[in-house]
Structure formats: structure tokens, C-alpha cells
Design a protein around this ligand. Structure first.
Ligand code: FA5
Length: 404
């Protein structure tokens, strides 16, 4: 508080700084309507810097200082939760706590002095709340032990809410573990791909419908094409060749480009397609790609690996069926169905790596052969857990997610 030089005589300050109007209530002067008295007298005092302060403000600030002293002291001295609560009601009670009573008088402060009064009001409120928090932490955190000398072991603990791994991440970990037992190591590739890895090396030529802009998320960039200075620059959005990968088969190419056979890898990751969301489709989903390249690899190996995988993931009664299909990068190509819970369900595509792909990555198709497969991870997870709508996986609804 500023140092004050009295310009008129006044009575000595009373408890809580109510210097000019004694409260009828003996204990807490700050709780009273002292401002009615202050208004009548309207004394002014001068600060050491020559500024004057009304008696009204003087009393207001003094009352605040007093309530801060007494309130913080009460919180500090509280021994147990009931002491803290009593002090809270007395000093910070919402209806008639000591602080509230003073706060009510704020309206009576001169307009020109409201800023000083408001600042002090906030300062005292913050100090009281901090003292309350500290006192609560002391009596609750230690369950009153340190202060009261007792420790109640029967008081229930505060349960912490723990997060957990998303069901799709759990599925990915599980799939990696199963395939790892068959000697397949995990490989990764970028989600933003170039046309070579997403199309060309996979034997998907320029005019193939799979490259249609309506079937892919191509990326574009804004380029400056004219003007001077930042405000007059003209930007044009130009298409880039890059795209969000539409399949994890891109990783086949990246692995084969960087290694020599024998190869036995899986790659699990996100892929993107502009598919309208429905119960079984989502624009972003995950695939598990598998690739095995070595001398003498056949369709029999493919079928065995997929059957062992399905038995491990979905149960021992799962059967596997290959339906003829077409993928530009495998020959022959198949759709992979599992017999599960009384019906054939399609999980992905597969086939023998096309010799054109082996050649594109520098392998000799006369020396090595390989198989590849790509399965939808969401559909596997849904089957195993009885999830009927893929959108539930990405709704962020904890009532759903907490079941896993
Ligand atoms: C492919 O993506 C091929 N790359 C698979 C492949 C790999 C074939 C290696 C040969 C060799 P397809 O487009 O059918 O194939 O997708 C594979 C699986 O991804 C589907 O069977 C399905 O389980 C899943 N899938 C496809 N689109 C979606 C979607 N929008 N939402 C959720 N899952 C999808």
C-alpha cells in the first residue's frame, strides 16, 4: 500500500484498517458496512508522492490487507480438513465470507480509484485461494497425517484415469508378433509417396485407372508466379506428383530396392483413398503388406503363411480361400477370403510378384520368385472383436474405445 500523509486528522486505524468507522461487529471489521461511514466522511489523504487517496479507498485497502493477513494465517494454522473448511467459509464463503463482504463495497469506490482497488482485490483473492489450496493439499495429500499425527489407511485412494493403446495399434502389435514368429521382420515406408513407388515400379502405367486423380489424394503446392513484394505476389496452385500412398505395396518396392534376397518382411501402416465412409470403408485405413522373395518361393508358401496367420489371429477353425483376381504387380493374382463364423470374408489381395516388378528393382526373375499380400488391418480387427462399423474405431468415443 502507498505510504499516506494525512491531510485531515482521523482516528487511529482499527482492526483490519477501518480507521474512521468502527464496525458494530467486534471481531471482523472487514465484514461490515464501513463504507457507508466512509462515504459520509469522505476524508482524503495524500500519498508520499503528493497523490491523494480518499478515505473510502484507504479503508477499503486496509480492510483487504487485514483480511489477507487473517485469512492466510487461518489457512496456515489449519490442522485438519474441518479447520480448512471452516476458514474457507469464513474468508472465502461465496455469500457472506469476509472477502465477499469487502468485494461488495467495490461499487462504492470512486471511479478514479477503482483501478487501484480492483488490483488489490484481485491480489488478495489470489493470495487467499493459494493459501486455501496449500492447506487443502496438506490435509488431503497427507490425509491429515503430517498435521494431525494420524494416518487413516481406510480412506479410499484417488483413482487415476489411465489411457491405453488404441485397438488398431493393439492389432498392429499383435499382427507383427504373429508374423515375427514366422520370420517376417517389420519394414516401414513414407506415407507421402512419389509415383515411382506408388505406381510405376508396381507395374501401374500412366494411363491406368488406379492413377485417376479421383481415386487418390494427390498433393499440390502454391507457387509464386508474378508480382513484387509480399502483398502483390500472385500465387498459383500447381499439382505435384506426390500423393498420400494408396497401398502399402509401395514398401515392397522400397525394400527390394535396398536389399538383396532372401527377403521376408511385413509392413503395417496407414494408407489413404477418397472412399466415402461407411460401415466397412474409411478414407484412411491400415494395411499389412507381406513380401517373401527367394529362390523357389511358390503359391503354396503364400497359402501356408496366410493360413497359419489366420489360424493364429482368428482361431484354429479358420479356412482360407483364394479367388482369381487382378493386380498389376502380381501374376497370378488372388483375393484372399477367410471362412470365419459361417461365411467367407474378403480380407485383402495377394499373388506372386510379377516378373516385371522384380526386374524394375534389379532382381533377376529367373533366379528368384516371390509372393506378396496386402490385408486390411481394420477389417481383421473388426472380425476378431465383433466390431460392426469401422467408423467406431475413429470416432474418438471413449465409451467404445475403453472396451479394448
Ligand atoms: C490392395 O490394396 C493391394 N495392394 C493388395 C495386394 C498386395 C495385392 C500385394 C497383391 C499383392 P485392395 O485394394 O483390394 O488391394 O485392398 C486390400 C484390402 O484393404 C481390402 O481387402 C480391404 O480389407 C482393405 N480396404 C480397402 N479399402 C478400404 C477402405 N476404404 N477402408 C477400409 N479397408 C479397406
Amino acid at each position: 500500500m502507498r505510504s499516506l500523509k494525512r491531510s485531515e486528522p482521523r482516528s487511529p486505524p482499527e482492526q483490519y484498517g477501518l480507521g474512521f468507522h468502527r464496525s458494530e461487529r467486534a471481531v471482523s471489521g472487514f465484514e461490515t458496512a464501513f463504507f457507508s461511514g466512509a462515504r459520509q466522511h469522505a476524508f482524503f489523504f495524500e500519498s508520499g508522492r503528493g497523490e491523494s487517496m480518499s478515505a473510502n479507498l484507504e479503508a477499503f485497502l486496509a480492510a483487504l490487507a487485514a483480511v489477507q493477513d487473517e485469512g492466510c494465517g487461518a489457512f496456515r494454522d489449519a490442522q485438519q480438513a474441518s479447520d480448512v473448511e471452516a476458514a474457507r467459509i469464513r474468508f472465502l464463503g461465496a455469500k457472506s465470507g469476509a472477502f465477499k463482504e469487502i468485494e461488495k463495497q467495490f461499487a462504492e469506490i470512486e471511479k478514479s480509484e477503482k483501478r487501484i482497488a480492483g488490483m488489490k482485490l484481485n491480489e488478495v483473492k489470489t493470495a487467499l485461494k493459494a493459501a486455501l489450496d496449500t492447506a487443502l493439499a496438506a490435509v488431503q495429500g497427507e490425509q491429515g497425517g503430517a498435521r494431525s499425527g494420524t494416518f487413516d489407511m481406510t480412506v479410499p485412494g484417488v483413482e487415476l484415469s489411465m489411457g491405453h493403446v488404441h485397438p488398431i495399434t493393439q492389432t498392429i502389435d499383435h499382427l507383427k508378433e504373429i508374423m515375427g514368429r514366422m520370420g517376417f521382420e517389420a519394414a516401414e515406408g513414407p506415407e507421402v509417396e512419389d509415383p515411382w513407388h506408388n505406381f510405376v515400379a508396381l507395374n501401374i502405367p500412366e494411363d491406368h485407372p488406379a492413377r485417376d486423380p479421383l481415386d487418390n489424394f494427390y498433393l499440390s503446392t502454391a507457387r509464386v508466379i508474378g508480382g513484387e513484394g509480399p502483398l502483390s505476389e500472385v500465387h498459383r496452385t500447381e499439382p505435384m506428383n506426390y500423393l498420400l500412398r494408396s497401398q502399402t505395396s509401395t514398401v515392397q518396392i522400397r525394400v527390394m530396392e535396398s536389399r538383396r534376397p532372401p527377403i521376408r518382411v511385413i509392413s503395417l501402416g496407414r494408407v489413404y483413398r477418397p472412399d466415402a465412409p461407411d460401415a466397412t470403408h474409411y478414407p484412411m485405413f491400415h494395411q499389412m503388406e507381406g513380401l517373401m522373395v527367394d529362390a523357389g518361393v511358390t503359391m503354396a508358401n503364400l497359402k501356408t503363411v496366410l493360413r497359419v496367420f489366420a489360424n493364429n489371429y482368428l482361431g484354429s477353425d479358420v479356412q482360407i480361400r483364394f479367388r482369381p483376381s487382378f493386380f498389376p504387380f502380381t501374376e497370378p493374382s488372388v483375393e484372399v477370403d477367410f471362412w470365419w463364423n459361417g461365411g467367407w470374408i474378403e480380407f485383402g489381395g495377394a499373388g506372386m510378384v510379377d516378373p516385371a516388378v522384380l526386374t524394375a528393382v534389379g532382381y533377376d526373375p529367373q533366379e528368384v520368385t516371390g509372393f506378396a499380400f496386402g490385408l486390411g488391418v481394420e477389417r481383421l480387427c473388426m472380425r476378431r472383436h465383433g466390431i460392426t462399423d469401422i467408423r467406431d474405431l475413429y470416432s474418438g468415443d471413449l465409451r467404445f474405445l475403453n472396451q479394448f
